[in-house]
Design a protein. Structure first.
Length: 330
């Protein structure tokens, strides 16, 4: 095991794992066009999962909060975005890319703003009284998730809700003999932009420095005159907004959503955070890409193992690296 770690470090570290998985899948699948289609689909899925999981990773790793209600923001973001898109059906169906983009922007903005507001309420009313008590955090956040699911059921009903897509994101394009869906390419680019923004904020700005310093030594930072509690509320709100954005993206990907969306995604999101390493944006991205690729490859090669593929991947990685692939350095 130590020899494997040393080898990976010399040739580029765990960042090369998705490439290794892709190469193995290429050999097993055999058909280059099918492999390329599955790879693009896996990368797009991974980026959407990253949007949902990155906020949880920040809250879990930096604030030491076990928020099992995180996926409630995913559900809320999905349903709010779907509702706004349904209201703006005329703009979505237009041939104008400008109107399409405006409708998509308004829907995503509504989901993000609601995520920010819900995150503030969640942290202030539900999480704040149970800081440093993990058992109560688990119980109260699980209860909050159930309440949110029932609220969604009461507002939107139990019938699956159709999610319209903007006209310019429909269809696919060809690269050689490989078909790539426009929406998946858009999801990949959006996820990449969010990752770069998070990485820059946490590692290259004064705000990121204060957040990391507050995690390391809260008392010292507060003694210097900074309000760490406000910073942590901001982190929680940002994590909730990212989850809502991820939910909005996932709704467009699935095109049909139900009130159980959050509960269904909760397991996947936690698997990604654990695989990547707590509190690490880089680790969350790596874990999300691994989950997306493995899910698509296994679903093609061995459909009966598709549902279990994420759990198997998590067990293998944790046996090898118990702290995850890229845990945050504190």
């Amino acid at each position: 095991m130590n020899q494997m770690n040393a080898t990976l470090t010399r040739v580029g570290g765990v960042n090369l794992l998705p490439l290794a998985v892709a190469l193995v899948a290429f050999v097993l699948i055999g058909a280059p066009s099918s492999w390329m289609t599955l790879t693009v689909a896996g990368l797009a899925m991974g980026m959407m999962i990253f949007l949902m999981a990155s906020g949880l990773s920040l809250v879990f790793g930096l604030m030491d909060v076990l928020n099992f209600g995180h996926s409630a923001f995913v559900s809320l973001g999905a349903f709010i975005a779907a509702t706004v898109l349904a209201w703006m059906g005329g703009w979505l169906g237009s041939d104008s890319v400008l109107l399409n983009s405006a409708a998509l922007f308004i829907a995503f903005t509504a989901a993000i703003l609601f995520g920010l507001a819900a995150g503030w309420f969640f942290e202030t009313v539900i999480i704040k009284p149970v800081y440093s008590d993990h058992l109560r955090q688990i119980l109260i956040t699980m209860g909050a998730l159930i309440v949110v699911e029932q609220a969604i059921l009461a507002i939107w009903g139990g019938t699956p809700m159709s999610v319209p897509r903007p006209h310019f994101l429909e269809g696919a394009f060809l690269i050689g003999d490989v078909t790539i869906e426009v929406y998946r390419a858009f999801a990949f680019l959006l996820g990449l932009i969010v990752y770069l923004a998070l990485y820059f904020t946490l590692n290259r700005t004064r705000l990121g420095l204060l957040i990391r310093a507050g995690v390391e030594n809260r008392e010292m930072v507060e003694a210097l005159g900074f309000r760490i509690d406000r910073l942590f509320i901001g982190v929680f709100m940002a994590g909730s907004a990212l989850a809502a954005m991820g939910g909005a993206m996932w709704a467009g990907y699935e095109t049909l959503i139900t009130p159980s969306l959050g509960a269904e995604m909760m397991i996947v999101v936690f698997i990604v955070v654990i695989i990547g390493g707590l509190g690490s944006v880089e680790g969350t991205l790596l874990g999300a890409i691994m989950v997306g690729l493995v899910s698509n490859y296994v679903g093609f090669l061995a459909p009966k193992l598709a549902l279990a593929s994420n759990m198997i991947l998590m067990m293998i990685i944790l046996l090898w690296r118990p702290n995850g692939l890229r845990p945050a350095v504190k």
